[in-house]
Design a binder for this molecule. Sequence first.
Ligand code: LMR
Length: 406
Amino acid sequence: MTSHAAFPFAHVPPHAGDPILSLMEAFQADPRPHKASLGIGIYMDDGGRLPCLESVRQAETRLAQDIQPRPYLPMEGLAAYRGAVQRLLFGADSEALQAGRIATVQTVGGTGALKLGADFLHRHFPAAGIWVSDPTWDNHHAIFGGAGVPVRTYPYYDASTGAVRFDAMLAALESLPPQSIVLLHASCHNPTGVDLSPAQWEQLIPVLQRRELLPFVDIAYQGFGAGLQDDAFAVRALAAAGLTFLVANSFSKNFSLYGERVGGLSVVCADRATADTVLGQLKSEVRGNYGTPPVHGARVVTQVLEDPELFALWTAETDAMRRRIRAMREQLHAVLHDTFGSRRSFAYLLTQRGMFSYTGLDPAQVDRLREDHGVYLIRSGRLCLTGLTTRNVAHVARCIAAVVER
Ligand code: LMR
């Protein structure tokens, strides 16, 4: 006879669902033919398909011609990959890189990088809290809160103007205790699509420095805002200013390698000796979390980043993805503008950048879009442009108009 008395799990509450991933599951289960997935941040092509990039296909083909064993990687990941990540983020001529003062580990996607960084910071700065933008990616709250780091917000998005509340943001950061952590989006802010301008970064950096705050930069959409190099502006400006900071990067979107979970965590330190010590501690966090990272995705990304021909091809592919997102912004805007005229402005679609736009639709309108029309947005009103295609954009615009006008 079995007994379940010791661990009945009776007190375990049901999972409330994840605002993004549960929505994706609901979309997949929806049988309606005209459904549109504008929820999760996944880049789809104009045929509504998840692309396999040509640069990735060629890298995989090369790897397949000389199939290698799959050893355990070192805890910090593949050495060539870690170097390639550093060059992509910081630039090959970066002083911090050349001085050896950046500790980089391969991580299980960008999410894994954030979690690893959160665990590392909580262990070594147990009193430090993190301030995230209001609003931010929902999972930032879960990751840092789950690691025991208290999460609070700083003002960011102004719903009335569609711009950044930059003065309020600066004032809030000015009032934080030293050794507070500040989560910053390098580009393509998730969920609003509203970024700081280079001039605003230049104003922000001295505040971070003077107040002894620790920036933690999330860069998950490099290439989708203004280009691979321009989207790294904030990372490079922070490094050039001599700050100590963390960067979590992801290749899920710009390589279309979601399921391979390829990311990195870099910690920019004051000097090489500190970076070496930090690297040791990051390895210890990796060991205690999942042992060592997976090998295949990192090999693919390294092939592309290290080979000039494949790198040029990948750059062209990220450029094309960015142009398609831009075209969808323009087409959605054009139909909504024709429908509403001066009654309502959708100009934000043209100024926001990256995969996401904050539409201003309220949760009830988002629910009606999903229930009545099969058009899926996050309940915050975040719309992912890459679920739009030249075939469905006018239809989606009419659905949005229908719920807004009701
Ligand atoms: C998103 O914001 O939709 C993406 O980053 C996917 C995810 O894991 O939430």
